[in-house]
Design a protein. Sequence first.
Length: 143
Amino acid sequence: MKRFRFRLQRVLDIREQIRDELRQELALRNQELAQHVRLLNELEEEFLRTGLREGGIVTAGELVMTGAYSARVKQLIVDQAVRVEQAKVAVTEAQERYIQANKDAKAIEMLKDKKREQYNEEVLKEEGNQLDELAIQRASAKQ
């Protein structure tokens, strides 16, 4: 009997390739999100460090420079928070695409498994029929 051949194997291969590419994209988006969160945390720590030191004498120039620097860091924090939110949206979208691609590939894999089981049952049935035929031929040859 012929070997098992799944007619939709090419479709399965393509869906698995798409799933793998989307898995890589999801990992990349997660890395980008982690990088944006790390930078946001660093900026927030920098903002906390920019405060005036207690107990020291501060000139008007230092006060102005510290205030301007603090305002700039605060604006960077706001900008970075927007980037973090955008990265979160990108991660969510990548997750949804990956989940759908995974479902598509799993559906074809399940169909392949079902077809393989049917094929194996047919092979066993055919082998049984051949053995029965041999037994009948042997029995008729002895008579």
